[in-house]
Write a protein that binds this ligand. Structure first.
Ligand code: NZQ
Ligand code: ZN
Length: 393
């Protein structure tokens, strides 16, 4: 096992426009000669007036709209948007929404210029996983801090009939800019606020909870972000608490949790996300809630492999000083579980009315999607994934 920091390239071209009323500056961000398609979800941006603000800021531009991108955006819906883009010649996309809308927009941007059928952007037995080499330019206006999609180049698309959630990404699918106005989070309900805290927390853990390579900067950044979420999480989920700095800190934490700053040169383990995506695809449980089910169970099953980093996490994040290494690790895992539960996200399948039947079904899906060698050492076999699902019943 290599315990040195690996060589890395670090690249992030997304310009962040952070703070109050920054939508007003849109005309300085979107080139004047572009035909702009505004993309949004199920209507929250219409109800809360954000779309009107965007249109007012883009007065004089040629603009069109495509609404109805679902939470966990589906391939079918996004293909309709691609048809519209091609038919009407849009050459700039603007996502207004949460991770689902931004991810969807990334796929539309790439799919509209893809030389073959965009199905081949994906792998896992569904397409040929061909590289994305070009995409339409796009920006985003974030309304839900959670995924980091506003400052990264990845996305996740749902295939309804095939019951799969598959990722894609490319250096050409970073947003050109993202507007992060913490006041846009004031309309979020408690469930989405809690989802945002948990998703961000697990993004940090996926890039941190592996084995130590003495990457001091990456580790301290991760620990600082985790401690921030532990500190502000209980206040953030109070939907009536519109303290600006609280929401500003939440928003910036969520962005930094998955914008590439934590991962250069360090091992990563995206197994909780892989196991979680299968749960959402089959049982429609919110993305973050699937992570609340999987991560504590995974840490329990993988305690030996991750012991050194679990002890570091226990000592530095949860400030646990007493006990053996094993005891510290166990206590830190328990605290992680309690944290998720305290935010209103149950951590067992039974809390979502799912029972032991799901285990075989989920493991079959992992197998079908080629996910039989997960984790930082690619040693998480299907049998280990089965234990993790079973342990979460
Ligand atoms: O659809 P509308 O009506 O807009 O309502 C949305 C949706 O129902 C609502 N909402 C968003 N902003 C709001 C608001 N309601 C009131 N006020 C606001 N300001 O919230 C609901 C959930 O929105 P969604 O965009 O689905 O949530 P989230 O941001 O959590 O995104 C989840 C998707 O992102 C993917 C997930 O797999 C999932 O498909 N992920 C993307 C990642 C990435 N690109 O890097 C990484 C993540 O791990 C994740 O996998
Ligand atoms: Zn996530």
């Amino acid at each position: 096992m290599n315990t040195e920091i690996a060589n890395f390239n670090y690249y992030n071209p997304t310009k962040i426009i952070f703070g109050k009323n920054r939508i007003e500056e849109l005309a300085t961000l979107v080139p004047k000669d572009k035909k702009v398609l505004l993309l949004y979800g199920g209507g929250s941006v219409v109800r809360f007036g954000t779309l009107d603000k965007v249109k007012a800021a883009l007065a004089g531009y040629q603009i069109g709209e495509f609404g109805g991108i679902e939470a966990n955006p589906t391939y079918e819906t996004l293909m309709k948007a691609i048809e519209l883009v091609k038919r009407d010649g849009y050459d700039y996309l603007l996502a207004v929404g949460g991770g689902s809308v931004i991810d969807g927009t990334k796929f539309i941007a790439a799919g509209a210029l893809f030389d073959r059928d965009p199905i081949h952007i994906f792998g896992a037995g569904i397409g040929d996983k061909l590289p994305i080499t070009k995409a339409l330019p796009f920006g985003s206006i974030l309304t839900l801090p959670a995924t980091g999609s506003e400052m990264n180049s990845g996305g996740v698309v749902t295939f309804v009939e095939k019951k799969a959630k598959l990722g894609f990404g490319s250096p050409v699918t970073f947003p050109q800019f993202s507007i992060l106005d913490p006041e846009l989070t004031y309309t979020l309900p408690k469930r989405q606020l809690a989802n945002g805290v948990i998703d961000s927390f697990v993004h940090i853990m996926e890039q941190y909870m592996t084995y130590p390579v003495n990457a001091m900067v990456q580790d301290r950044f991760a620990e600082g972000l985790l401690q921030t979420l532990i500190e502000i999480g209980p206040k953030v989920i109070d939907e009536t608490n519109h303290d600006y700095n609280l929401r500003a800190n939440f928003m910036w934490t969520a962005t930094n949790a998955l914008n590439g700053i934590l991962s250069p040169g360090v091992p990563q383990d995206w197994a909780s996300h892989s196991l979680g995506h299968e749960i959402t695809a089959l049982y429609h449980i919110d993305h973050a809630r699937t992570l609340a089910i999987v991560l504590p169970s995974l840490l329990e099953i993988r305690k030996t492999e991750k012991l050194d980093k679990l002890v570091q996490y226990a000592e530095r994040v949860w400030l646990i000083t007493d006990g053996t290494a094993e005891e510290k690790a166990t206590l830190a895992i328990n605290k992680t579980r309690e944290f998720f539960e305290s935010l209103g996200a149950p951590t067992h399948f039974s809390d979502y009315d799912l029972d032991a039947e799901v285990v075989d079904i989920l493991v079959d899906q992992l197998d079908k999607h080629g996910l039989s060698k997960l984790s930082e050492r690619q040693d998480q076999t299907l049998e280990i994934s089965r234990k993790i699902y079973q342990n979460a019943l």
